[in-house]
Design a protein around this ligand. Structure first.
Ligand code: GTB
Length: 216
């Protein structure tokens, strides 16, 4: 049975591939698993039918053969575990790749999301200008640490893995902040991820949704 994922009917990222369905699409493309997409409006995401799939009324979700999953990390891990291509077969290397997935989601993504949300929601608040340097500093700390670990390597731990997929999608949310440019090796790392044919297919697919929704 073909898997079905959910995505924004009209993504606020305007087709930049920053919503979290992008990482699921990319994982499915990397392993060559066909999938269908059910688009959801904000109202539909909060309606009982969707909340039955996703307790927090969000995207993405994943449905296949009676299995329903939410949380992009759990979905990508499920995809990676079931097909070759995103996790090494060596048990130790596999465990390290999964550790990088967790690092992306629970250590690197939170300060990036906090900064991103502040620039959207708090930009006109009187405290925003004073708070931004603190938010930048938290992101800078993680980028510096990541940059030192990555060095001149192509990927975080040997061959490209679900850990890299997750990290690249997390880092992309900083585009336009100016913070990534402080680390040329991280910029090159993101560019390598974005150059992968599977990434390109996933990006084009989500962009087509935005293009159709905006009537271009
Ligand atoms: N931890 C969950 C996961 O990883 O799956 C988080 C899921 C989540 O935050 N989903 C968002 C959502 O459904 C969409 S991706 N939001 C609606 C809601 O909560 O009501 C987050 C997102 C949204 C917009 C941009 N953007 O415009 O750049 C980027 C990322």
């Amino acid at each position: 049975m073909t898997a079905t994922i959910t995505a924004f009917e009209n993504s606020p990222d305007r087709g930049r591939g920053l919503a979290r369905d992008m990482r699921v699409r990319w994982a499915l493309e990397e392993v060559g698993q066909p999938y269908e997409v059910r688009l959801a409006s904000f109202a539909a995401m909060k309606a009982p039918a969707h909340v039955a799939l996703h307790p927090f009324g969000q995207i993405p979700t994943y449905e296949e053969d009676g299995l329903v999953l939410f949380e992009s990390g759990a979905i990508v891990l499920h995809i990676a575990e079931r097909s070759a291509g995103l996790l090494p077969t060596d048990p130790d290397a596999r465990a390290r790749a999964i550790a990088w997935m967790f690092a992306a989601l629970s250590t690197v993504e939170p300060p990036i999301v906090e900064r991103s949300m502040a620039t959207i929601v708090e930009r006109d608040e009187p405290w925003f200008e004073a708070r931004l340097p603190m938010l930048d500093a938290r992101v800078r700390q993680r980028l510096g640490e990541l940059s030192r670990r990555l060095g001149e390597a192509e990927w975080l731990d040997g061959a490209f893995s679900a850990g890299d997929l997750m990290m690249v999608t997390v880092l992309r949310r900083l585009a336009g902040s100016g913070l990534l440019e402080e680390h040329p090796n991280i910029c090159a790392y993101i560019a390598r991820g974005e150059a992968r044919p599977a990434y390109q297919r996933a990006f084009e697919a989500q962009l087509a949704v935005f293009t159709a929704a905006s009537g271009r």
